[in-house]
Ligand binder design. Structure first.
Ligand code: UDP
Length: 329
């Protein structure tokens, strides 16, 4: 299929492009390069620099490239920033996405794969988290993703849009060959910060909260490899052939790791001590989030190849060693 990958120069999009190529599809990238990296996408992949909310640009690409399916990875994803700058999140994650969907409708493109998040659930009623739990986001980031989910449902009913929503838990790791990986500016994620702290490239890692109701007092998360996430996106394609079909999947390994456990794993993989400072809780952090991905396993035959934190961190470590300054290296 001809697939438009919106946000293809970003962390998850760039990994997904490689899987699309490997599976025999033809990806085309649209990215505004605000957070993405041109170097994350191979030179032979058609690449358009532009905004997803610009109907003229998107319309031209859809027509010219004969796009059959759109994958949408382009979003602002800093929970804390979404609280202090909500308009930025509503504009980009919601309003621009609505424009993208309207442009698709205008041009008769009716298959859509959307990157959503476990943050749509807020503080979950139950663990591990199944798809049917109530969604009550506790920050604007999660809210904008949930808003799009609801728009997609309405479009499926009204206009036959067929779509899949993948709710990621904590995306982590890097391509196994070490050529692409995570390069955020600013970096706020635990694993890259812990690796950098271990190497003395950043100040000691702050542990945000040590008084949570978890076994060691620090937050538990479900770290899932970026290539495993990507594989699920491609496994859904056949099911989108039916007009109006809609699918929701929680994607994680199902294994919780605490902040302290991740620090221990980073120390074992890198062979360096991670200097830490115990800090207050970070606003908006639920104590524990981990997935029940039985539905994805059942429907898509999906199972994460990287089942534990150490194997995921090993890929991130390889990327950090070969790219100490990220893509600028
Ligand atoms: N975390 C931390 N120190 C940091 C960054 C993150 O203790 O410098 C914790 C954070 O509170 C959360 C977990 O690590 O419990 C994962 O955070 P991250 O920002 O990587 O992903 P998120 O869960 O926010 O998507």
């Amino acid at each position: 299929m001809n697939v438009l990958v919106v946000g293809g120069a970003g962390y998850i999009g760039s990994h997904c492009i490689r899987q699309l190529v490997a599976a025999g599809h033809r990806p085309v990238v649209l990215d505004n390069l605000v957070y993405g990296h041109r170097a994350a996408v191979a030179a032979d992949i058609p690449f358009y620099e532009g905004n997803l909310g610009d109907p003229a640009t998107v319309g031209r690409i859809l027509q010219h490239e004969k796009i059959e399916l759109v994958m949408h990875f382009a979003a602002f994803c800093y929970v804390g920033e979404s609280v202090t700058a909500p308009m930025k999140y509503y504009e980009n994650n919601l309003v621009a996405t609505l424009r993208l969907l309207a442009t698709m409708q205008l041009h008769g493109v009716s298959k859509f794969v959307f990157s959503s998040t476990c943050a749509t659930f807020g503080v979950p009623d139950r663990l591990p988290m199944t798809e049917d739990l109530p969604q009550r986001p506790i920050n604007p980031y999660g809210q904008t993703k949930l808003d799009v989910e609801n728009v997609l449902k309405a479009l499926a009913t009204a206009h036959g849009l067929s779509f899949a929503v993948f709710r990621y838990f904590n995306a982590a790791g890097a391509a196994e060959d070490g050529t692409i990986g995570e390069d955020h500016d600013p970096e706020t994620h635990l694993i890259p910060l812990a690796i950098d702290a271990a190497l003395g490239r950043r100040p000691p890692l702050q542990i945000f909260g040590t008084d949570y109701p978890t076994p060691d007092g620090t937050c538990q998360r479900d770290y899932v490899h970026v290539d495993d996430l990507s594989r699920a996106h491609i496994a859904i394609f056949d099911r989108l052939a039916t007009p109006g079909a809609q699918f929701f999947y929680n994607l994680g390994t199902g294994r919780p790791f605490s902040v302290r456990e991740i620090i221990g794993a980073v120390e074992r993989i890198t062979g360096h001590k991670v200097p830490v400072i115990e800090a207050p809780r970070r606003a908006g952090d639920p104590p524990a989030l981990y997935a029940d991905s039985a539905k994805a396993r059942r429907d898509l035959g999906w199972s994460p190849k990287f089942g534990d934190a150490e194997s995921i961190i090993a890929t991130a470590w390889k990327w950090h060693q070969t790219h100490p300054r990220g893509f600028a290296s």
